[in-house]
Design a protein around this ligand. Structure first.
Ligand SMILES: [Fe+2]
Ligand SMILES: [Fe+2]
Length: 493
């Protein structure tokens, strides 16, 4: 549940419906994983005409169709950190499915692939041909071509277009921004900050004494990363995991705020303080009953007044820390002020006017942006990053410090990471990083070619791209992923 009042809050939808959908996808996904591994194993043992082969193919096709009923625009079956996902939903493994699960994880890893994407319209021929080429993995005849490229070439030659490999690290190597090791470091820092936030919030929830040391260290590594390479972490903020959203929101706000603070020229120490303040701006929510926090739809006036106590509850929780440091004091002020609004029209109600602190003004902007683009548990149809930015700069502009809002746009770009954009070539792409030079020319990852077909997910820096004759790409429009048949799983790396 967002803490933005009715009228400005993102559209909401029943949580139960999403949970029911997620559990149906999980069941169908497990069945699909089992049937795919059985089919691939069977393919290695039997000829196409064998009855065992036909049976395994039929079973696979049934489970693919069942999944397509649930994910109508298509779906990716993919591996991340040894876990299997259908789109962005993790398939928690049960004992029965363990062997199939591991088989698929190993088979993809061996080929340097993250998984396979299924688009509506596939038939049994495509499944058979894809599987044959996959199992008969090519050794590079041409040393300049990678096995994955040869594989994709063979798929095209056999008209396989509705099943397509998902590359693990589809990144050109020359550009330091695209260096996988940087992305691995970014991911690790992100997860570490998530873990630290989670443990501090759990302590607060249980009334135990909080220890900020882990959080401080986690924030420190985020600050170091942002100082050394400003943009790699911004892409991480587009991850919206269903289970972990509460903590992710805090980490996202911290990352956005630190990146913005860096733009403003804050010192390293100030950036650390800003990051910790971002992590704990919503800590007061641990005192708000879950029935209110997770209520789908609008809150009643009574529930809303309880929700509005979270800034003050946050102050009380942080005040309990022993030997209040300036760090804790900063966090306390931000927890108190982050919903005040620049014109003091927000909450909590003040007895005497005050000026919203710089950190609070920064975090108010980052908080609103992340909440509006938040995950699907509470918002079936959240704002896209592009829409959220547009809404904030038009309908909500009075709430924010106008200058800081401009700095925020310079930080995330007009098309923030995660935005799906149409290029002047007719291609579709997702924004990965903003550009520090040009707000309208971020680095993007290609999703669809000019024909609308899945394509090699090449990364292009629209600002520094070398213009080939008539092929220089510019963004012409931001679109909704669902409206152009792009699955959520395609939007993250
Ligand atoms: Fe809040
Ligand atoms: Fe928040």
């Amino acid at each position: 549940m967002s803490t933005y009042p009715a009228g400005s809050a993102p559209r909401t939808a029943p949580r139960e419906r999403d949970e029911a959908h997620a559990s149906r996808v999980t069941v169908a996904g497990r069945q699909l994983a089992t049937n795919l591994s059985v089919f691939w194993k069977t393919s290695r043992l039997y000829e196409v005409r064998n009855v065992a082969y036909t049976q395994a193919l039929n079973n696979l096709q049934d489970s693919l169709n069942a999944m397509l009923e649930l994910e109508r625009v298509g779906f990716g079956l993919q591996v991340m950190s040894d876990c299997l996902y259908v789109n962005d939903l993790r398939l928690r493994v049960d004992v029965v499915g363990q062997a199939s699960h591991q088989f698929l994880v190993d088979e993809f890893a061996r080929r340097g692939l993250a998984g396979v994407r299924f688009s509506p319209g596939f038939d049994s021929n495509e499944i058979v041909n894809f599987s044959r080429q996959f199992l008969d993995w090519p050794a590079p005849e041409d040393p300049t071509a990678s096995p994955i490229e040869i594989f994709e070439h063979k798929l095209r030659a056999q008209n396989v277009v509705h099943l397509w490999p998902i590359r693990e690290l589809a990144v050109p190597q020359e550009d330091s921004e695209n260096d996988p090791s940087q992305r691995v470091v970014a991911r690790k820092s992100f997860l570490r900050a998530m873990h630290a936030t989670k443990s501090v919030m759990l302590c607060a929830r249980q009334g135990r004494r909080m220890d900020l040391r882990h959080a401080k260290r986690a924030v420190q590594s985020i600050v170091d990363l942002i100082l050394s390479e400003e943009l790699s972490l911004l892409g991480m903020t587009t991850l919206k995991d269903y289970d972990e959203y509460t903590y992710q929101h805090c980490v996202n706000v911290a990352i956005l705020a630190i990146t913005m603070g860096n733009r403003l020229g804050l010192s390293k120490q100030q950036l650390s303080q800003l990051g910790v303040a971002g992590l704990f701006h919503d800590i007061g929510k641990v005192r708000i009953p879950n029935v209110i926090l997770q209520k789908p739809g609008k809150l009643s006036p009574e529930e809303w007044s309880v929700m509005k106590t979270h800034p003050i509850e946050g102050v009380k929780i942080i005040a309990k820390l022993h030997g209040l440091s300036s760090l804790a004091m900063r966090a306390m002020v931000t927890a108190y002020e982050h919903h005040l609004n620049i014109d003091l029209s927000g909450y909590p109600r003040l007895h005497r006017p005050r000026t919203q602190n710089l950190f609070s003004r920064i975090i108010a902007i980052c908080d609103c942006f992340d909440a509006m683009t938040a995950h699907r548990s509470y918002q079936k149809d959240p704002f896209t990053p592009y829409e959220a930015l547009h809404y904030m700069t038009t309908k909500l502009a009075d709430r924010f410090d106008v200058t800081l809002l401009k700095v925020f746009i310079r930080t995330v770009g007009i098309y923030p990471p995660g935005s799906v954009v149409r290029l002047s070539t007719g291609e579709l792409a997702v924004v990965v990083f903003p550009s520090t030079e040009d707000v309208a020319a971020p680095t993007v990852k290609l999703l669809r070619d000019t024909e609308g077909q899945a394509c090699t997910p090449e990364r292009i820096d629209l600002h520094t791209q070398v213009a080939a004759k008539g092929r220089r790409r510019v963004i012409v429009d931001a679109v909704r992923a669902t409206e152009v048949g792009v699955a959520a799983s395609e939007l993250t790396d």
